[in-house]
Design a protein around this ligand. Structure first.
Ligand code: 4NP
Length: 150
């Protein structure tokens, strides 16, 4: 199974989501490939935000080697499930993918734990370290659900 995690910049939330789900899937013996991308492309080629790297490391996950890339319409052909971190991201995905957009594959990640509530993983960019810990905890809860539903 190939899973893509998507946020705006692909430097704060989705690299964390990629690292967390890949780590949990591997520990559960699932042969999943988890990657991530961003809809705005402003940070293409950059490493994750230093606070995402720090918070992941505090939880035993190394995301430092990730490099930001832009989400493309072809991602709907490459992945089985595409998780958006927030509603604005989902709208960007719809705009970018146009007729390739597949509503069966595109899921708001927090709907895994709060079904039908369309909640966002808050954008920690510009904020203090605490925001990155909150984001980690939310994404971790969703990833636990994703792995345990297999
Ligand atoms: P992310 O956070 O979407 O969680 O990676 C952001 C990072 C950068 C920007 C927006 C959100 N930006 O506009 O540059």
């Amino acid at each position: 199974m190939k899973i893509l995690m998507v946020c705006l910049g692909n430097i704060c939330r989705s690299p964390l989501a990629e690292g967390i789900l890949q780590h949990k899937a591997f520990k559960a013996g699932l042969n999943w490939s988890v990657e991530s991308a961003g809809t705005n492309g402003y940070h293409t080629g950059e490493a994750p935000h230093h606070l995402s790297i720090k918070v992941a490391k505090m939880n035993g996950i190394d995301i430092s080697m990730h490099r930001s890339r832009k989400f493309t319409e072809a991602d709907f052909e490459q992945y089985d499930i595409i998780y958006a971190m927030a509603a604005d991201v989902l709208e960007d995905m719809r705009r970018i993918a146009k007729n390739k957009f597949d509503g069966q594959k595109a899921i708001l990640i927090l709907n895994e734990i709060y079904p039908g509530q369309n909640k966002d993983v808050p954008d920690p960019w510009y904020g203090p370290e605490a925001g990155y810990h909150d984001v980690f905890a939310l994404i971790e809860k969703a990833c636990d659900k994703i792995v345990s539903s297999q």
